[in-house]
Design a protein around this ligand. Structure first.
Ligand SMILES: *[C@@H]1O[C@H](CO)[C@@H](O)[C@H](O)[C@H]1NC(C)=O
Ligand SMILES: *[C@@H]1O[C@H](CO)[C@@H](O)[C@H](O)[C@H]1NC(C)=O
Ligand SMILES: *[C@@H]1O[C@H](CO)[C@@H](O)[C@H](O)[C@H]1NC(C)=O
Ligand SMILES: *[C@@H]1O[C@H](CO)[C@@H](O)[C@H](O)[C@H]1NC(C)=O
Ligand SMILES: *[C@@H]1O[C@H](CO)[C@@H](O)[C@H](O)[C@H]1NC(C)=O
Ligand SMILES: *[C@@H]1O[C@H](CO)[C@@H](O)[C@H](O)[C@H]1NC(C)=O
Ligand SMILES: *[C@@H]1O[C@H](CO)[C@@H](O)[C@H](O)[C@H]1NC(C)=O
Ligand SMILES: *[C@@H]1O[C@H](CO)[C@@H](O)[C@H](O)[C@H]1NC(C)=O
Ligand SMILES: *[C@@H]1O[C@H](CO)[C@@H](O)[C@H](O)[C@H]1NC(C)=O
Length: 587
């Protein structure tokens, strides 16, 4: 049984001919990704064997022909000292660079043809082949065995995955990723704490009390505007510099709550609103407020109003319940969101994004992590600035054991925070001075190499660390991508949730705050220079003085005191918290 969503004629396989018989070539398997015995995450347990006829939607991500060139463009156009700074690429140019080669298309389609799939679609603008095939055929293609796994907190929440998969040896050079395979999805919101206060909404006097001019007790947008010096800026080119919030896990942003929030905390801002965009079957139930979603939308608005805001409700949180009408499990939320957002033209693409979700890096297969991270590079190359929360578990949550079968204790980085093509935001608390929040996640990737834009700042930190009494040698990867890049307040944020005011903490607060400031900066840059900032990090590391350096506090975890915030960059607060007026002077 084969179902192909769209049938397109395939380019004839004219030139391709192999001297090795296909029966040999296609059975010479090499492992593409595998987990050691057990589950990569304690959240998912083996449940059952799927019916071999269950249709599975498989996506095959072909290797782009010119990704190195894309990175070359990104490095030039994001480098403030380069003559091409700000000359972002068009959508068409990026798609051309990301196209697979003819050889790749031919090798892969020939393989699929040999397995009986006669019509294989490769859209001109996409590197993905999507097939709906029975589990048994997927198992043959990938020499693997799929299982149904159930979530430990809710056994009706099921996914179909495998512990390892293989590809014919020669296809490793042509295929980046096949999904779903070994990515289990342990995505969580980077919200540490939240509680509802008993402040009633009928309390009309509350608005005065609740818009403190300083952020010393509780956090509201007006105190953040003062603290980070955005209060005197009025955006002008708003429609060209819109702001996007990526939402997952069935978190809904509530319009009525934003209206209440604005009335209470942003006087004189009466018509603030946002547009909800449903991605990949995402929903929008206005009776089910998401704390994370409301936090992101309310503080994004609080910092960046009246810049237009889009909230993306991305479907496909893990939920595979096999039945004949909803037979497939395609949940790959980051990829689903990225695939959607990259289809927008540059004119429609928001220029600033904030995301407050992540996974433990070690639970993300490396092929999946590279594929997702590289798509953030595409967004940056097209002139968008992408920000992520760093996470709320200091240098690592839980017992910090590795899942490679050895149970070694290591600091545990988060992903996508550890992707070198995003700007990662940690947390601070208090004012005069701001100090590092103890939960502020930070450290060093074990997957992604350290990018050159941060090597000076990071080596300064490492030199001092190495001569300290707690060098943590071996607990972290000194040559990995280091994060966070910057930070902002992250505790005591006043949020309206289901009509009630709540207080929320976590790096989930910090990312929309910094992203809102960047949205203003993108507006300013557009108005003064006609371009947007795009990928931020080379600019930020070259201008550390535009940040308030945070020099106290630490991020304990893994049975250690964690790293310490120090003069200059550190893996707790990055370069520090933003000063909008200083940032204006450098863009
Ligand atoms: C497929 O994998 C199994 C182990 O799961 C192995 O025994 C078998 O030889 C492999 N098949 C091929 C054609 O490599
Ligand atoms: C709101 O507008 C009034 C009248 O223009 C002004 O006096 C007041 O300062 C404004 N409040 C804020 C918080 O901007
Ligand atoms: C919101 O109100 C302001 C001031 O009245 C107005 O300039 C602006 O166009 C309005 N925005 C929207 C989206 O209606
Ligand atoms: C929306 O949420 C409410 C409250 O949880 C629930 O009662 C209702 O069934 C939901 N509606 C849909 C269409 O899911
Ligand atoms: C850490 O926790 C995991 C999962 O809960 C467990 O499998 C592992 O044995 C623990 N490791 C240590 C060193 O305690
Ligand atoms: C450290 O990071 C580098 C660069 O990404 C990687 O190649 C290496 O395998 C990592 N080492 C460890 C021990 O994780
Ligand atoms: C600090 O120590 C680590 C681990 O021993 C080493 O890899 C790194 O090169 C050292 N860095 C500096 C700047 O001395
Ligand atoms: C925008 O900034 C770039 C880099 O600083 C500069 O080369 C270019 O001339 C500026 N363009 C305008 C229109 O000011
Ligand atoms: C803003 O967008 C409009 C409509 O897409 C376009 O005509 C205009 O050139 C843009 N302005 C800038 C500064 O990019």
């Amino acid at each position: 049984m084969l179902i192909f969503p769209v049938l397109l004629a395939l380019a004839p396989l004219a030139a391709f001919a192999s001297v090795v018989p296909r029966s040999v070539l296609y059975n010479d398997f090499l492992t593409k990704h595998s987990w050691p015995a057990g589950s990569p995450s304690p959240s998912w347990k083996y449940h059952s064997t799927p019916d071999p006829n269950t249709p599975l939607t498989i996506r095959i991500g072909l290797r782009p022909s010119n990704f190195d060139q894309l990175l070359g463009h990104l490095s030039e156009t994001s480098d403030p000292y380069h003559s091409r700074y700000g000359a972002h690429l068009t959508k068409e140019h990026v798609e051309e660079l990301m196209q697979p080669s003819e050889e790749t298309k031919m090798e892969v389609t020939d393989w699929l043809n040999w397995h009986g799939m006669d019509n294989v679609e490769i859209l001109p603008s996409s590197r993905y082949i999507t097939l709906v095939i029975p589990v048994s055929l997927a198992e043959t293609l990938l020499n693997t065995t799929y299982h149904v796994y159930a979530h430990t907190s809710d056994s009706s929440n099921q996914i179909i995955r495998t512990m390892e998969y293989s590809l014919p040896r020669h296809l490793h050079a042509h295929i980046n990723l096949v999904s779903p395979t070994t990515y289990f999805g342990n995505m969580r919101s980077m919200k540490k704490s939240s509680f509802l206060k008993s402040l009633g909404l009928g309390d009309s006097d509350a608005s005065n009390d609740m818009t403190p001019s300083s952020c010393s007790t509780i956090i509201t947008p007006t105190c953040l505007q003062d603290l980070y010096h955005t209060a005197n800026y009025t955006p002008s080119l708003t429609t060209n510099a819109s702001f996007g919030i990526a939402g997952y896990l069935e978190e809904y942003a509530i319009r009525a709550d934003l209206a209440t929030f604005v009335t209470k905390f942003l006087p004189n801002t009466t018509n603030a609103t946002f547009t909800t965009v449903l991605v990949n079957g995402g929903k929008n139930n206005q009776s089910e407020p998401g704390v994370e979603a409301n936090l992101d939308v309310q503080y994004g608005t609080g910092m960046a109003y009246p810049i237009p805001m889009y909230y993306y409700s991305t479907g496909g949180s893990p939920r595979y319940v096999p039945d004949e009408f909803t037979p497939t499990d395609t949940n790959e939320p980051y990829l689903d969101w990225l695939d959607y957002i990259l289809t927008l033209s540059n004119g429609d693409l928001p220029k600033t994004f904030s995301t407050s979700y992540g996974d433990d890096e070690q639970t993300v297969p490396d092929d999946y992590a590279f594929e997702v991270c590289n798509k953030f590079a595409e967004l940056g190359a097209r002139g968008a600035s992408v920000l992520f929360s760093s996470g709320d578990d200091g240098v690592g949550g839980g017992n910090c054991s590795t899942n490679d079968g050895t149970n070694t204790v290591l600091f545990q980085p988060n992903f996508p925070a550890s992707c070198p093509y995003v700007t990662t935001v940690g947390s601070t608390v208090g004012i005069s001075p701001e100090t590092a929040a103890s939960f502020s996640a930070g450290g060093f990737s074990r997957l992604f190499a350290q990018p050159s834009y941060q090597s000076y700042a990071v080596s300064r930190f490492l030199t001092a660390l190495n001569s300290s009494s707690t060098p943590y040698t071996g607990l972290y990867n000194a040559s990995g991508r280091a994060y966070p890049d910057v930070s902002a307040q992250g505790e005591g944020f006043q949020v309206v949730i289901g009509g009630q005011v709540g207080s929320v903490g976590g790096t989930s607060c910090s990312s929309p705050t910094v992203a809102g400031i960047i949205a203003l900066l993108n507006d300013y840059k557009l108005a003064t220079n006609g371009t947007t900032l795009g990928f931020l990090n080379p600019l930020l590391y070259a201008n550390a003085a535009a940040f308030n350096d945070i020099v106290s506090g630490s991020n304990p975890g893994c049975g250690t005191n964690g790293f310490e915030a120090t003069t200059g960059w550190d893996p707790v607060t990055g370069l520090g918290t933003p000063d909008f007026v200083k940032l204006q002077s450098i863009v």
